[in-house]
Design a protein. Structure first.
Length: 123
């Protein structure tokens, strides 16, 4: 994650735009696109499960996101993606799936809520 500061991002509609960089942002910004597309991304956390058909796969990914020049809300939020296709599970695989999902709900989601609160979006 980058230190808090300002980075310069090249946009097609406003040229080089100074972007205040929150401490949680990974510091990777696309040099193309519109100013409203400038996006801060935090680290991705993933829930991986063991499947019968494909071995270990990513089931869920989540990260902190903010569009500081959005024409809508500029507040940070957490995005959660359910990744991929359906998979086959044995009994042991279902047990592992259950454990991973419970861990995500009880450990990862509260941690993401705390990161979101620290980023300034408290509800």
């Amino acid at each position: 994650m980058s230190a808090a500061g300002t980075v310069a991002v090249q946009t097609t509609d406003h040229g080089v735009v100074p972007v205040p960089e929150p401490s949680w942002c990974l510091g990777v910004h696309q040099a193309t696109g519109f100013r409203s597309d400038v996006c801060h991304l935090g680290r991705t956390v993933a829930v991986k499960v063991q499947t019968r058909c494909h071995g270990e796969v990513v089931l869920v990914e989540a990260c902190l996101v903010q569009y500081p020049y959005s024409t809508g809300s500029r507040a940070p939020y957490v995005t959660v993606d359910f990744v991929g296709d359906g998979h086959e599970y044995s009994d042991a695989g279902l047990r592992g799936l259950s454990e991973r999902l419970v861990g995500f709900a009880l450990e990862t989601v509260p941690r993401l809520r705390a990161e979101l609160a620290a980023a300034g979006e408290v509800r």
